[in-house]
Design a protein around this ligand. Sequence first.
Ligand code: SF4
Length: 453
Amino acid sequence: MTIAALLPEIPGCGAAPRIAASDAGRATVTTAEVTTAKVTTAKVTTERGQREVFCGLTGIVWLHRKMQDAFFLVVGSRTCAHLIQSAAGVMIFAEPRFATAIMEERDLAGLADMNDELDRVVTQLVARRPDIKLLFLVGSCPSEVIKLDLGRAAQRLSRRMMPDVRVLSYSGSGIETTFTEGEDACLASLVPELPAQAPDAAPSLLVAGALAEAVEDQFSKLFAGLGIARVAYLPPRRACNLPAVGPNTRVLLAQPFLAGTARALQERGAALLTAPFPLGAEGTTEWLRAAATAFGVNADRFETVTALPAQRARQAVARTGARLAGKKIFFFPDSQLELPLARFAAREMGMQIEEIGTPYLHRQHLAPELALLGDDVRIVEGQDVDRQLDRCRAARPDLTVCGLGLANPLEAEGLATKWSIELLFTPIQGYEQASDLAGLFARPLARRELLKV
Ligand code: SF4
């Protein structure tokens, strides 16, 4: 077992091309089955077939920037190392907080004891990087195929290294998953580590889901304006600041793909607030309103705090997204952000939705989004990529939001595309970012117009 991408000078790191250049991380599953169900007000079709998605390792790209004393050690193959270096390479400005412990042939052939090898690699890593306080062992397809028990390895290493370093594990494998599930698995692995809230503690708000620091600061200011004093974020910026959780915790999800994390928090006694997600002026207002209602903030105060920033956001979206009104948009399933994005595109920019594909549809968490989208929208859960491509070609949308693997072929067919993964790498939540979000949709069309002869 060897370590790759520990330091920025490792070849390929920092200068690597974007993921589109490679098939790394893409999982393909083939079966065929179609069912239909009625959910809330929208009609949802379920498809099972070949999928084009990236794996959960991708989440490390934004998670390692968020938790400043955490380190992500992928236990995987050269393919995994290539994916993670390619995806994150363009964003490395300092020493990365991730690496891959590459399983060599002798590891896979059983000639070396994998647990001894892992202990050796982790010891070496921690000695080189004393800033690490929280180490995630991240499972991959290869480590799962050979049934390497990273959970037990993490417990063993944690016993040895605590209190200096806490070691946890989760899976980022691409088998039957999509790329945002990596964040869900990572945060869910943190939940058992959260300290218990005192039984008589005052109610507190826990915002779950990685947000850019600037966005987090904006939300903290808004919550303070509303008089909600006890607010914490998961993940925290530092491992030593794990928020307490218990029956007096109210959880507001900042991302729609955190089903496992939400379940784990509920098992610790926390209550989940359901709301639209904080994208655009409307989404942000309704998301804040859910917290305000739970904490008994009166309507006048809510209006005073939110009216002005909401109005500014609406005006900025109207300016940036003006050219998008009436344009057709088609979402392929990739990030699990598709429903809130479609709601924003339709209700705040006046776009016409052709289809919303989503890898999974969590009915409870997305109920407010489904209600805002209404009856007439076509939602497809899962994927049969060939059928979906046929529908997309027939619809000839003005903009297609899709994964990297589909973007180039669709561009070659004359369709304007937006990479859905960019919507995870870019801060898009909250009032101040609403215009940037509109800009992400507007740019591909503006570029096309500029290229027209
Ligand atoms: S975890 Fe699986 S899908 Fe992801 S890069 Fe590694 S081998 Fe590929």
